[in-house]
Design a protein around this ligand. Structure first.
Ligand code: HEM
Length: 586
């Protein structure tokens, strides 16, 4: 499923409801020396809106040119104003080095704000005007100029953009209690309620404690069988296309593959979306698209009293949400009845062989929770664990289409480790190169590209005091593409991660690499998702060769919650000679 939207709408949603503050610029040690535009300045970018009138499919060359022009105009100081704040900077830096707590420092130093001395670099303007591209791309250009933390103002709205590993670590881990999900929780409330992603405070703490044990080792091992079966069904579909010489749109197939997997894994429900398009499957996609649309829409039309009841789109959304909710309620009730009749002997790695789902685990554990909260958690995981994995597979296959040498190495490994059988848990340790391909794909295309937070109290971010109520974007995209953090950051090079080294994660990469977030709110499906994508990748490249379909539109990015393609990933598939996979052979 490709969800297409313009950058200006994408930006629009991400920047609602905050007050504007004008702050001074102070160049930080985290910034690139080569990109510095100077100390003690107020920066204002006034991006021309004329590019809004350009046609949507501007050539890549034009895009590059415009970005380069903008960067050099900013760097030349065209939009900057000199300002002196030397003494305050020296004072702040000295206090910071003494290791005083962030909240205290923020209070002590906040007096400078009234005098205009607070000096987070400031970018001002409509980044949508920079080009018709996914919103996180212009944020990268601005990062190269303004550094690891800067403020972006949109009229009355203001956001802090964080691309510095140390600051990201502070927000996500060191002082995570001082940050909430902010606007994300407000927007996702209609579909996720108080599920794990939007929830904060005590509700989140309680639910996280209950849900995490459900994804224990034995459960994830069992899931590998499920990943294999679903991937095999996709292979059968691709077989037909290969025989008929038809090209296939892989993004939508990956979306269906991961929907089928997550439905079974969460509540033992077979969406069968690889062969079925209507009813509940259509309802799930309507709800998913709506949550992405709300995440990127400038005007919350869904909140307008009469409109929300008469608009055909909203009526469809409401009906779909009702169908999905009723289906989940039905599954919860049914599972409750089964568990009541079961002779449950609940232990740490409890699993019902017939129904190893997370729902069954939670009910058998005696999880004392309302059906509504359980539904919110399941819905959250349905969304969190579906489009993310699908997007990882989509961009992995896109990257592979440009690197035949990586594909050869991948196929060599899969032929040796798996041959013609399905993967099992022990293979996950052996499929090292396959795992590195996924690690590297997640570096180049992080899903989601940006994490959202709001400060719940005054704090210090690096050298800068911030106030309670700041909306913050941690740009994983910037962290993963930053030339300070990576050699040849734009090159797809699975070899950058040694095969005999540990799997890369936020801890061993010191928050320069955040594919699953970090700190207490780190993704709880990281192992599940890694094994899922490794299994699918291994089985697909074992059986087929993939190439871009002749005449396929060029693959461009657009963004919802994850990075989508603008026009799908159209590929031609051919069977590898002699490379079979036998069903049920593991
Ligand atoms: C490759 C696939 C996946 C990626 C890239 C991914 C990425 C992430 C990231 C970056 C976060 C942190 C969000 C934040 O800090 O704001 C997160 C949170 C979360 N993910 Fe995943 N995820 C994936 C798959 C899954 C799966 C399969 C599940 C469920 C089985 C899942 C469930 C969750 C949940 C419940 C949270 C919220 C955790 C909390 O706030 O306590 N994810 N994910």
């Amino acid at each position: 499923m490709a969800i297409s939207m313009t950058t200006s709408t994408a930006i629009g949603f991400f920047f609602p409801r905050t007050s504007q503050k004008n702050l001074d610029y102070f160049s930080s040690d985290h910034f690139f020396a080569s990109c510095r535009v100077g100390r003690r300045r107020i920066l204002e970018i006034q991006c021309s809106s004329s590019s809004n009138n350009k046609p949507r499919d501007i050539s890549k060359l034009d895009e590059e040119k415009r970005r380069a022009e903008l960067a050099s105009r900013i760097a030349s100081g065209e939009y900057t104003v000199q300002r002196n704040n030397g003494l305050i900077s020296v004072l702040r830096n000295s206090l910071f080095k003494l290791g005083l707590p962030g909240k205290f420092l923020a209070r002590v130093l906040s007096f400078s704000e009234e005098e205009g001395f607070l000096d987070i670099p400031q970018a001002k303007g409509n980044i949508g005007a920079i080009g018709k591209q996914a919103f996180f791309i212009p944020l990268y250009d601005l990062f190269l100029v303004y550094g690891g933390i800067f403020r972006l103002n949109f009229g009355p709205k203001s956001f802090l953009i964080v691309s510095d590993p140390g600051i990201a670590k502070h927000i996500l881990k060191g002082n995570s209690k001082a940050y909430s999900k902010g606007i994300l929780a407000e927007i996702l409330e209609f579909v996720m309620g108080t599920g794990l992603i939007p929830a904060d405070g005590e509700i989140w703490r309680k639910r996280r404690r209950v849900v995490v044990p459900a994804l224990h080792q034995k459960y994830v091992s069992t899931m590998i069988g499920l990943f294999g079966e679903a991937s095999y069904r996709l292979c059968e579909k691709l077989n037909d296309a290969a025989l008929e010489g038809r090209s296939v749109e892989m993004e939508s197939l990956f979306s269906r593959l991961t929907l089928d997997i997550i439905g079974k894994a969460l509540f033992n429900y077979d969406f069968d979306s690889l062969s079925n398009d209507t009813g509940i499957v259509e309802a799930v996609y309507t709800v998913l698209r709506e949550s992405e649309l709300r995440s990127t829409s400038p005007i919350p039309t869904w909140e307008i009293p009469i409109w929300k009841d008469i608009s055909p789109r909203q009526r469809k959304v409401n009906a779909s949400l009702e169908l999905v909710n009723n289906t989940l309620d039905g599954l919860i009730d049914m599972c409750k009845r089964i568990v009541e009749e079961e002779d449950v002997n609940f232990g740490e790695e409890y699993m019902n062989e017939k129904d190893p789902s997370i729902l069954h685990f939670l009910l058998a554990s005696g999880d004392d929770v309302t059906s509504k909260q359980l539904r919110d958690d399941l819905m959250t995981m349905l969304i969190a664990g579906h489009e993310t994995s699908a997007a990882v597979l989509t961009w992995t296959f896109y990257l592979l289409s440009k690197e035949p040498s990586v594909v050869s190495k991948l196929q060599d490994e899969v032929d040796v480790v798996l041959g013609d059988r399905f993967p099992v848990i022990d293979d996950m340790k052996k499929l090292k190169y396959t795992t590195r391909v996924i690690n590297e794909s997640l570096r180049l295309y992080p899903q989601p590209p940006v994490l959202i937070r709001r400060s719940l109290e005054d704090d210090m971010l690096g050298m800068f005091p911030i106030k309670k109520g700041e909306d913050i974007f941690i740009s994983i995209w910037n962290l993963h593409h930053c030339p300070n953090n990576w050699v040849d950051p734009e090159i797809f090079k699975p070899e950058r991660w040694p095969l005999d080294g540990p799997d890369p994660n936020e801890s061993n990469q010191d928050f320069s690499y955040l594919p699953f977030g970090g700190g207490p709110r780190k993704c709880l499906g990281d192992m599940f998702a890694t094994f899922e994508t490794v299994t699918a990748l291994a089985m697909l490249v074992r059986k087929f060769n993939f190439e871009m379909a002749p005449g396929a539109p060029s693959v461009e990015m657009t963004t919802g919650a994850t990075i989508h393609t603008t026009q799908g990933l159209n590929m031609r598939v051919s069977q590898r000679k002699g490379a079979t996979i036998h069903p049920c052979k593991s």
